[in-house]
Design a protein around this ligand. Structure first.
Ligand code: ADP
Length: 468
């Protein structure tokens, strides 16, 4: 079994969120299962070939589209291939609000298909999100690919919607611009096209697979997803348990094996010091994530004034929407027990998981969420909104008699508002006072299997088309 895995980001080369982690860890888990995986991503200017030992190969990919000729250099590191075209991919950020994003990622899809021809036979293609959304169409309609095509939706809110002039610009053809294929309110929708032409569509958790078929979570594709429900599956993401392992994590102040070990406390003391936070005996609540409406950060911002009155330290790390960056940046130094870092910082994130007693995830929706799984590995208890993948991975401590195999224990909030957040965090503060219970819970969470093992098998079954 040989699979082509297509993603617009793969950690450690590029990562803007969970997709980068997934695109690194899932192929590795598949390889462990005896599946040969070849991955493809664009070569952004930010990917340092020197640092990662990425080599230029002798291959070259040519694409002719609407009378224009485009060339891609091909770079390689092990089983990961990088398509290089400086005009389209050497931009400040991978996605950004660039007017030619349709062409950038359309060409990425064409380049991928041409590269595939050079690399020999594949049994399946696995694409991820809208950025590789043109691939299923090309595979089925232009390249006569006869294997299975699987598309994973990591976040339905991002669909890659463009003016209908893209139909000609990208060689889609008007016969494919219909309401059952690419057409979406008279525009071209990459993700809708991916759903239409894939054999299987996978949501990043079973909970999210159900939610996206409802108007509340369906982002205007719920009807289309219900029409395609026969090929829709929910497969829970995992995490790379080697990468996210506090006993091996070189980014921590000190590695530690278990939450009860002195190493965990030492990380806390050192992080509090580094961030200028006092109250070493109080719990440390951390928030790590994109500053986006999805993540409920606006509610966190509104509730901070009340939260700072609780006997606890709060550390916030994130970046995203401009107004939220500004709002959080303006809080720097406003409260002695709150630290705010606006930016993307992998090392600080790891140190926060390691030092934190609680991780707050007040997401309005969450396709899967990796933070809560990482937190559980690092002895940091999740406080989550009951939704999507958070629901599939965290069981409220009050409901532990009904815990499911892939769930850890934490605190679940019923809604995203000031009341639920204050209530959830206040529960955390009182839970922290009960050291015995605290240790039992963190010890339980450390044993939860959040690896890719089981989910990689589920993907393997889809590649072969075997009914689960
Ligand atoms: P998303 O919706 O952003 O994909 P996930 O929970 O699936 O959210 O994955 C988020 C990943 O990105 C985690 O590995 C998390 O630690 C990391 N992350 C998010 N924001 C930051 C940040 N500002 N700095 C460092 N790491 C971050």
């Amino acid at each position: 079994m040989r699979v082509l895995f297509v993603s617009s980001e793969i950690y450690p080369y590029a990562k803007t969120g969970g997709l980068g982690d997934v695109a690194a860890a899932l192929p590795e888990a598949l390889i462990k299962d005896g599946i040969e995986v070849v991955s493809v991503m664009p070569l952004y200017a930010s990917v340092s070939c020197e640092r990662f030992g990425i080599q230029k190969s002798d291959l070259r990919v040519d694409v002719t589209l609407s009378g224009h000729h485009y060339t891609f250099g091909v770079y390689q590191k092990g089983s990961v291939y990088f398509l290089d075209n400086p005009e389209f991919f050497h931009r400040e950020t991978p996605y950004g609000n660039y007017p030619d994003n349709d062409l950038r990622f359309g060409l990425f899809a064409y380049g991928t298909m041409e590269l595939m021809k050079l690399l020999g036979h594949f049994d399946a293609i696995h694409v991820n999100d809208w950025q590789s959304g043109l691939v299923p169409f090309l595979a089925k309609e232009r390249y006569e690919f006869s294997g299975k095509v699987v598309c994973t939706i990591h976040n339905l809110a991002y669909q890659g919607v463009f003016h209908k002039s893209s139909v000609e610009r990208l060689g889609i053809g008007w016969d494919h611009f219909t309401m059952h294929r690419f057409e979406f309110f008279d525009q071209v929708n990459f993700l809708k096209g991916a759903i239409a032409y894939s054999d299987y569509v996978v949501a990043a958790s079973p909970g999210y697979a159900k939610e996206i078929q409802t108007p509340t979570f369906g982002c205007d594709l719920d009807q289309f997803l219900r029409d395609n429900s026969h090929k829709l599956r929910g497969i829970l993401n995992g995490i790379d348990t080697e990468e996210f392992s506090p006993d091996k994590d070189q980014r921590l102040f000190v590695p530690f094996a278990k939450a009860k070990d002195p190493g965990k406390s030492e990380n806390k003391v050192r992080l509090l010091e580094a961030l200028g936070l006092g109250l070493p005996d109080a719990p440390l609540l951390v928030f790590i994530g994109r500053f986006a409406w999805q993540k409920g950060v606006d509610v966190l911002y509104e509730t901070l004034h009340d939260l700072q009155e609780l006997h606890m330290n709060i550390a916030i790390l994130g970046e995203g929407e401009h107004h939220l960056n500004e709002a959080f940046a303006s809080l720097k130094g406003a409260y002695p027990n709150i630290s705010v870092t606006v930016g993307y910082d992998e090392t600080l994130a790891r140190r926060m998981y390691a030092a934190g007693d609680f991780l707050l995830m007040p997401s309005r929706y969450e396709p899967c969420g990796l933070n809560q799984m990482i937190a559980m590995r690092y002895g940091c208890l999740p406080i989550v909104r009951r939704t999507g993948g958070l629901n599939d991975t965290v069981c409220d401590i009050h409901e532990r008699d009904h815990i499911a195999p892939r769930q850890g224990l934490g605190i679940c909030m019923d809604g995203v508002d000031r009341y639920n957040m204050l209530h959830g965090v206040a529960r955390a503060v009182s839970l922290y006072a009960d050291k015995g219970l605290w240790q039992k819970i963190t010890a339980y969470n450390e044993k939860v299997d959040n690896s890719w093992r089981e989910s990689a098998r589920a993907y393997g079954a889809l590649y072969t088309g075997v009914k689960e």
